[in-house]
Design a protein around this ligand. Structure first.
Ligand code: ADP
Ligand code: MG
Length: 359
């Protein structure tokens, strides 16, 4: 990652008495994908509109490459170097080519160059074949690709996306995500991506910020935030799974073998990526004094690091060469005689692990 490209300080946005946003410090580095994850109404869209100077903060400053952005002319010129993509694609009623060319034309780019750049952008998004198709004939997924092409053709320094997948069906969503990420990297784009979907955040984020009620309540690498939520409200929002980063080391017959920390995990999945994230719910992890006789795919000896009461259950944090968490009931806790510092067998099925492809 490069240097900080965009930063905000003491940013507040108020509607009457109510704070919609209150962000003391935030920054994104050149070439980084920063994902803001938050529930509906948490202020995500407002934040992007403020970054894009579509709206003015009640208070606070925005810095671009270390310099305070002030005055209309500066805001205008910076805004031209950013692109904001919305959840709806809002295309003009003309061809795909014309939609993508529009921004270049109003910037006075010469026709020859327009043609060349538009064709390149269409190729990035694999929609060359749609160039002459009227926008109203496009499917949701195609329209969103055109939308992205229309922004990328302008070579934005900063690319802001507001829940761009919200209107797509699940299969198009996955495909779109994979391709978008590849493209962001290929073009070395700085991306600020907001969403309420945990999966998208886990898949995309170099850096993750959790926004709740207008406050950026936690920031960090996605695995950090998911595994070590700083508060109960973050934990509740990100879920309570174990999230592990790993490298694929083999694949056979629908079973993917992943190296994680000092151990290995087998997952029932199809996978094309090298780097993956694995999610495992604590209720899927079985603890036993002896190895589990039904021999599930994953069986490890683990050290008990910590036990904390968690509602009706106890949550047991383990070190199995990688961090692992399990829920046990109080009777099971007593029967197994679990205590911090002791060793125990932990097992879980290959089908219990959810695999997210990263790169
Ligand atoms: P998100 O994108 O995370 O769903 P928004 O940024 O759209 O959240 O909204 C944050 C909060 O601010 C919401 O409670 C919303 O109702 C409120 N809000 C945003 N803009 C306006 C506005 N122009 N008028 C009234 N309320 C607004
Ligand atoms: Mg929104």
């Amino acid at each position: 990652m490069g240097k900080t490209i965009l930063a905000v300080k003491d940013l507040k946005y108020q509607l009457g008495e109510r704070f919609v946003l209150n962000i003391p410090n935030w920054e994104v580095a050149q070439g980084e994908i920063y994902v803001i994850l938050g529930p509906n109404g948490s202020g995500k869209s407002t934040f992007l509109r403020l970054l894009n100077f579509l709206e003015f903060p009640t208070q606070g400053k925005i810095f671009f490459q270390g310099n305070l952005v002030e005055g209309k002319a500066q805001r205008f010129s910076l805004r031209r170097q950013m692109s904001l993509v919305f959840q709806e694609s809002l295309l003009f009623n003309s061809t795909v080519f014309d939609n993508v060319a529009y921004g270049l034309k109003i910037r006075g780019v010469k026709p020859g160059e327009v043609k060349q750049r538009v064709n390149k952008a269409l190729a990035w998004l694999k929609i060359e074949h749609l160039a002459d198709v009227p926008a109203y004939l496009l499917s949701g997924g195609e329209a969103q690709r055109v939308n992205l092409a229309r922004s990328l053709v302008l070579k934005p320094l900063i690319f802001l996306l507001d829940e761009p997948l919200a209107n797509l069906d699940a299969p198009s969503r996955e495909k779109f995500l994979l391709e978008s990420k590849r493209l962001f990297r290929q073009l070395n784009l700085t991306v600020v991506y907001v969403t309420h979907e945990r999966e998208e955040a886990l898949f995309l984020a170099d850096h993750l910020g959790i926004l709740i009620n207008g406050y950026l309540v936690q920031e960090g690498k996605p695995e950090e935030v998911f595994n070590f939520p700083a508060s109960e409200e973050v934990a509740r929002f990100v879920g309570v799974e174990t999230v592990l980063e790993g490298k694929v080391i083999g694949e056979d017959n629908g079973l993917v073998k992943v190296a994680v920390g000092k151990g290995e995990i087998e997952v029932a999945a199809q996978c094309q990526a090298r780097k993956v994230i694995l999610c495992l719910r604590p209720e899927e992890v079985v603890l036993s004094a002896q190895p589990n006789k039904s021999s599930p795919r994953n069986q490890v000896k683990a050290l008990i690091k910590k036990i904390i009461p968690f509602g009706y259950f106890h949550k047991v944090f383990l070190d199995a060469g990688f961090p692992l968490a399990a829920f046990v009931t109080k009777p099971a806790l007593e029967e197994l005689n679990l205590a911090e510092g002791k060793e125990i067998w932990a097992s879980f099925k290959a089908t219990a692990v959810h695999l997210i492809e990263r790169e």
